[in-house]
Design a protein around this ligand. Structure first.
Ligand SMILES: [Cu+2]
Length: 408
């Protein structure tokens, strides 16, 4: 706000000293010359001070108006933000916001949890083969009840097969045709991070009972998220509408892996413990980023009970997507060091990191990790932000024929 207008006039710098002759000419001739000069000077200084006080007053008033306008604008924005983003007021979204507030149901388990964990059929983390020709991907969105931990049921908006959706595997440069059918009760859509397409057309909302189709050429290699992008996206992703697509780099770019596993990390925000009846989405927890459960491939600790496997000395490649919706995954394998990591799933070998311990996979992003383990044992893979492990984001890589339990 420093302005030349506000600087006090310096004596002799504002022209006042040059004006007195003209003023004197208009003044009473009887006034002696010296007195006349000082009178004129006093008059000029008084006028200048008057102007200065006026200008300062105007500035003060303008600043008060500015402050008041800013305060009003902030209040209007706050009032507008709250109801507009309130998912509980939207048709078809009768999720109980605030039911139970931020009460945590983390770790809730029935007595027979161990038995249920053993009986649970784990999500297949093995990367499927690449289809020939055009990769036709048919996705069906459905409102279904899923299991997210032993004995914990959740009323999801997910895929016909649960959450995450099917793992898609294509070759770099392959044409991919996506067909999304909405068998749910409200509009949904599907946003592929691997695609370079106009989202307003390809990722548009599809009404219940309808379909949308689009194609894209998978020119960018890596592991990418796909998800429902219908507003409010936080609720649609938290409810299970996400999955992974692996775009395999051209042959010869990567060292050949003996085992390829795909992991999709995500969070679950529950309105109840889900033990007697399915839990629903809790918006307050989702906004506060306080999940009850965190999982790899949709079910807490499923690869602890049903470990992924490798033989000693095999090159194991993990293709990891973090579906979020909001928290990062700090990927780490206990008992080893990544031989190579491709952060953000930048598959350019020149950009790969060597001998690193933990690499962040951001929400909405991917990462690829190579490990080669010689010594037989049970090697936990985790998000090393340990609240994630505590709430289910942990699995085991069983190297060789070993027995026993995990160390973490
Ligand atoms: Cu959706």
């Amino acid at each position: 706000m420093a302005s030349p207008t506000l600087s006090p006039p310096r004596p002799g710098s504002n022209g006042a000293a040059r004006r007195p002759p003209r003023i004197r000419a208009q003044s009473n001739e009887a006034i002696p010359r010296g007195e006349s000069d000082s009178f004129a000077l006093v008059a000029v200084v008084s006028v200048m001070l008057g102007i200065l006080v006026g200008v300062l007053g105007i500035f003060a008033i303008a600043m008060w108006f500015d402050a008041r306008d800013a305060k009003d604008a902030a209040e209007r924005a706050a009032a507008k933000a709250t109801p507009a983003a309130d998912a509980s007021t939207m048709p078809g979204m009768n999720h109980s916001s605030g039911a139970g507030g931020l009460t945590s149901y983390a770790g809730a388990a029935p007595r027979n949890a161990e038995e249920l964990a053993t009986a649970h059929k784990p999500f297949n983390a093995v990367m499927p083969p690449i289809p020939k020709g055009v990769a036709n991907v048919n996705l069906v969105l459905k409102d279904i009840t899923v299991q997210i931990a032993p004995g914990v049921k959740y009323s999801a908006w997910a895929w016909a097969g649960g959450a995450p959706g099917p793992v898609i595997h294509v070759q770099q440069g392959q044409l991919v045709k996506i067909t999304l059918t909405n068998d749910g009760a409200i509009p949904h859509s599907v946003d592929f991070h691997a695609a370079r397409v106009a989202p307003d057309k390809a990722f548009r909302d599809v009404a219940p009972g309808e379909s949308v189709s689009y194609t894209f050429r998978a020119n960018d290699a890596g592991v990418f998220m796909y998800h429902c992008g219908t507003k409010p996206v936080l609720a649609h992703i938290a409810n299970g509408m996400y999955g992974a697509i692996v775009v395999e780099p051209k042959p010869g770019v990567l060292p050949k892996a003996d085992k390829d596993y795909v992991l999709v990390a995500s969070e679950w925000y529950l309105s109840s413990d889900g033990l007697t009846k399915p839990a629903q989405y809790n918006q307050d927890k989702a906004r506060a980023r306080q999940p009850d459960w965190m999982t790899f491939n949709g079910y807490a600790g499923q690869y602890v009970t049903h470990p992924l496997t490798a033989k000693p000395g095999e090159l194991v490649r993990f293709w990891v997507v973090d579906a979020g919706p909001s928290l990062d995954t700090d990927f780490h394998v206990v008992g080893t060091v990544f031989n190579r990591a491709y952060p953000f799933s930048d598959m350019n070998p020149a950009h790969a990191l060597n001998s690193v311990q933990t690499v962040t996979v951001p929400a909405g992003g991917g990462g690829v990790f190579d490990v080669k383990i010689d010594k037989p044992g049970l090697y936990p893979f985790v998000s090393h932000a340990f609240a994630a492990v505590d709430t289910g984001q942990v699995g085991l890589l069983k190297v060789g024929e070993v027995e026993g339990t995990m160390s973490h």
